[in-house]
Write a protein that binds this ligand. Structure first.
Ligand code: GDP
Ligand code: MG
Length: 270
């Protein structure tokens, strides 16, 4: 896993920034360059069984995961103390995490206090989209890293000054593999899968579906054009995690969003 791809080494050029402050500091000059070699969906095809340094790699992985758990517990304590309902949104790139957030925040911001942490390898694009609807947001750029870790969230939370009794949305790096291993101290994990991704993804990427509490099936507006059996997708997901709760939505048209909003209202204990 990530110990071998180098994203846990702590030397990946991680940056944690407020888009409003970055604008003030002429972000285009200092951060405008694009690193096209960093694809968002990091693939892990190394064959670990043939790695001569297998034992060392495993030890490094355990260290990284243990450190992550300690910091996740610290986050959870902070969230509990302030009655913050924290959601970790995970999915493959492009399933609609940011679109779902944009619509949700726009429609509920008058009744629920939100703050957002955005995770991507590069760019402030998603933080800019959230800042445009006047919601406090911090962008974490993970550099080579393919997931958020709890200490990154801890640093971002310090910059956010989150209100008591509010909802914190954490949009993880688009990747159906590695984020499943990294607890951020969230209250609930929400996996988003869009109708274009195929019914078998829960079977192919079981850890993500196994560790999630909620599964949002997005882009249902595209169903008339696709050959996908949603019930089959749900059956596969339930095989991996019988407790999974589903919402079927379109972040574009708003269809099905009310049930998701009601769930958020019930869980925001303010
Ligand atoms: N048709 C349709 N497109 C969507 C929907 N949600 C998101 N998209 C599109 O999917 C693309 C990726 O969305 P984005 O929110 O950036 O995905 P993210 O990478 O998971 O944050 C964009 O072009 C969105 O407009 C939806 O419900 N229906
Ligand atoms: Mg996004």
């Amino acid at each position: 896993m990530c110990g071998t791809c180098g994203c846990g080494s702590g030397e990946n050029g991680i940056s944690i920034q407020n888009p409003l402050e970055v604008k003030v500091h002429q972000r285009d000059h200092s951060h405008g360059h694009d690193h096209h070699h960093h694809g968002e969906g990091h693939s892990h095809s190394h064959d670990h069984a043939h790695d001569h340094h297998h034992k060392t790699v495993l030890e490094v992985e355990q260290d990284i995961l243990q450190h992550n758990e300690v910091m996740a517990a610290r986050n959870r304590g902070y969230f509990d103390a302030k009655n913050i309902f924290a959601l970790n949104l995970v999915s493959s790139p492009g399933s609609g995490k940011t679109a779902l957030l944009e619509r949700t925040l726009t429609n509920l911001k008058d009744e629920i206090s939100f703050s957002v942490i955005e995770g991507d390898q590069q760019t402030m694009n998603d933080a800019d989209r959230i800042a445009a609807i006047k919601i406090p947001v911090i962008q974490i750029n993970t550099g080579k890293g393919c997931h958020l870790e709890s200490d990154m969230v801890y640093e971002a939370v310090k910059k956010l000054d989150i209100q008591d009794n509010s909802v914190l949305m954490i949009e993880n790096v688009g990747n159906l593999v590695c984020p499943s291993m990294f607890n951020l101290g969230e209250s609930k994990r929400v996996v988003i899968i869009s109708t274009t991704e195929g019914v078998d993804k829960p079977l192919k990427y079981p850890d993500m579906f196994h560790t999630s509490d909620i599964c949002i099936i997005n882009k249902i507006d595209l169903l008339p054009y696709l050959n996908i059996d949603i019930e089959q997708l749900k059956d596969y997901a339930l095989k991996v995690n019988p407790k999974l709760q589903f919402f079927e939505v379109s972040a574009t048209t708003g269809e099905g969003m009310e049930a998701w909003y009601n769930w958020l209202r019930e869980n925001n204990k303010s």
